[in-house]
Each structure stands twice: as structure tokens, then as C-alpha cells.
Write a protein that binds this ligand. Sequence first.
Ligand code: FMN
Length: 345
Amino acid sequence: MRSVPRRERKKLLSPKDIALSVAPMMEWTDRFCRSFHRTMSRRARLYTEMVTTGAVIHGPRERLLGFDDAEHPVAVQLGGSDPAELVKAARICADFGYDEINLNVGCPSDRVQNGRFGACLMLEPALVGECVAAMKGAVSLPITVKCRIGVDEQDTEEALNRLTECVVAAGCDALTVHARKAWLKGLSPKENRDIPPLDYTRVYRLKQNNPNLPIAVNGGIRTMAEVHEHLKHVDGVMLGRIAYQEPEILLAVDRELYGEDPPVADAFEAIQAYEPYIAARLEEGQRLHNMTRHMLGLFTGRPGARAYRRHLATEATKPDAGLETLREAVAQVSRLAREPIETAA
Ligand SMILES: Cc1cc2nc3c(=O)[nH]c(=O)nc-3n(C[C@H](O)[C@H](O)[C@H](O)COP(=O)(O)O)c2cc1C
């Protein structure tokens, strides 16, 4: 494996860059979802769904990789394990203007295992190093890896250390660790996100032993209080399901982690801020549902949230649905419930 000499390396990512990110999630974090999330935080780092090298090289590029300028900072996640193919795909992604290229070493689906990439690469750390080194040699973007703490019967101490050694020697700019094993046989991808136990301390130890490598932890993190707790031990936290299911959590990111005002005050304003984007996509022929399907988690816990969801589920799927359909849905939600309770002076 070609390792990058230490003196040539410049730091392409600082710990601050990865303090809070929204995870790559297939079918979920498409460009519409990311643009919506961006209305609530200028700072959260956003990841695409995983795209395979084959799709990037041979597929409809604009549809797979196109994104809106407002989405920055945005990272593309690649699935693959052939260094030459990864180089081709990385160059294409760099031309599209992505801020980072992330290699998937964590997805356990059968399809992915047949293609010999994703979580099964935990078993081939030297190959992962070759992949990272090849991409580092081809593009000037940060190259990062998202992995598990191990797979199957692997010893998580040894497996994660070995993978980390290989990617660090290859010049990897940051590592995100989903803090549980993946079981390659016997569990579905969904079960593999819940059943193997979380071991955050394993990731904290990795950070202690690799102080110069920006490291983020992922898996089962659901509140900003938990985010703050993890940040005492690692550089970053990656939020998956909670960011999708209750996206209002993103409203806290800019203020709490960067000391900056959030771009909008609440979910109502987030929708207003997103409307011009929706209008532009409708104009291009997109269906309203392509955007609103990512917004069903808004208003959780507010009176009217269920009526909002029901209205979008039944009306936004219609071919001629437009912004007024969204406004009708929002009108079902009480604006009072979450306002601060006044206290006597
Ligand atoms: C619907 C869905 C799709 C996912 N797709 C990907 C993917 O494409 N690439 C990847 O690395 N992880 C993928 N994941 C895993 C997440 O990135 C994350 O590691 C996992 O959900 C654990 O984080 P959480 O507990 O905060 O959700 C997916 C998760 C979900 C729920």
C-alpha cells in the first residue's frame, strides 16, 4: 500500500468541520432532504445516500450526484472496493463540487456483500487503506471513512485498530464509527442498526489513541444533551434516524455547537424558507411528495401534527399538488404549543 509521507499531509478537515453531521441514509438523504435539512442549520455536515462506484461511472450522473449549492458542506458517500474504480468515481464527484468523499465500510446488506464493499470491508483493512490512498492521490478533497467497530466474530479492539492504522497510513482525513458491530449473516440491515449492542467507549478509546485523527461517533444518539456528552470524548457526532424522524433537532446545532444564530427560529419558518426551493423543483416537474415525504417528522409533539402528516400523506402525492397543499397541511398545526410559557416577574 502506498502511504502518504507525513510532511506532505495538510489537514483538510478540522474537528469543528465534523462536529455534527447527518448520516448517509439510502432512500432518505437525497438532495431534497438535504436541502430541507439545510434550512435548519448552516453548519451541520450533510451526507448523500451511498452511491456505488458502478453507478457513478456508468449511471445517470446528474440524477445521482446533482445537488444544490445551498447544500454545502456536503459529502458524497461511495460504495466500492476497487481502487481504480474509486479513483474514477472520486474524480467525477470532485468535478460535481462535493466537499468530501466518504467510503462506506459499514453497510451490511447482502447486495453490498456480494459486491464486496460496505461492512464486509472491515475484514480487509489493507484493501480499505489502498482505496483511501488511491483516492487521496487522485483528488484534493478530504477522503473519509465510515465504519463499524467490527463484524461477526471479530475482536472489536483489534479490528478497529487495524482498520484505523491502515486508513491513517493512507492519509484518511476523518473516521466516523457506528459504535456497534454488524452481523453479516443472520441480521437484516435494519436489525443491524438496532440489535448489536452499542459500545461508545470503544470509539472514545480509539480517539484517545489517535489524537490527530478527527473521529466522529454514530449510532443511537437522539438528543442534543447526548451530543454534548459525546463531544467530551470525540470530535464529532453523526445523527441518523433522529435527524430524519425529528428534524427540528437541527435547529439547535448552530447555536449550541457554533455559537451562531440558527437560520430560522422554528419549524414553521423552516418550511417558509424551504418554499422557494420547492417551487423551483415543482417548476422543473418534480412532484410535491418528493420533497414533503422528508418533512413528515416536523411538528412531532405539537397539537395538529397528526393532521399535518395525514394531509401530506393523502394530498401531497397527487400529481397536481402544489405549495398550497403544503400550506393547508401546516395550517392544521397549532402555533401555540411550543411557545415559551410566560412566568410572573
Ligand atoms: C434508511 C436508512 C438508510 C441507511 N443508509 C446508509 C447508507 O447509505 N450508508 C451508510 O453508511 N449508512 C446508512 N445507514 C446507517 C446510518 O448512516 C447510521 O449509521 C445508522 O442509522 C445509525 O445511526 P442512528 O442510530 O443515528 O440512526 C442507513 C440508515 C437508515 C435508517
